[in-house]
Every structure is written in structure tokens, then in C-alpha cells.
Design a protein around this ligand. Structure first.
Ligand SMILES: [Cu+2]
Length: 68
């Protein structure tokens, strides 16, 4: 399955890597693609839980605006 997140607060390559690392650490996630400019994060994996995604991004210091 695939989810598209809109993440607020990313401003540089460090932010991009932090979000990518946080989401990749969740069980079942196989791929995370971050578009820094738009804040769009594409997540690919199995049994992806929206709350887990929000929590991981929050813990990294950023916030999820929408998940679709
Ligand atoms: Cu940054």
C-alpha cells in the first residue's frame, strides 16, 4: 500500500533525512520518498497505520498535516 503525507516544518536536507529515517524505522515500511520543496512524503509498505506515521514524524520534530 501507499500513503501520501503532507509534512510541515521541513526546511533542509537534514530535515528530509530526519523524517525519512523516522518513518523508515516503522515496521512494514519498505520505501520513503521525501520531496522537500512540497513537503510531500510518499510512504510505501504493508499494514501502514496512520497514527504510527504521525507519531514518528512528531517525534522527529515535524508535523503531519494530511495523510491520504
Ligand atoms: Cu532542516
Amino acid at each position: 500500500m501507499k500513503k501520501i503525507l503532507l509534512v510541515e516544518g521541513m526546511s533542509c536536507g537534514h530535515c528530509e533525512m530526519a523524517v525519512k529515517k523516522a518513518i523508515t524505522s516503522i515496521d512494514g515500511i519498505s520505501e520513503v520518498i521525501v520531496d522537500l520543496k512540497s513537503g510531500k512524503v510518499t510512504v510505501i509498505g504493508e499494514n501502514i497505520n496512520d497514527d504510527n506515521l504521525k507519531e514518528a514524524v512528531d517525534d522527529a520534530g515535524y508535523s503531519v498535516v494530511t495523510i491520504e
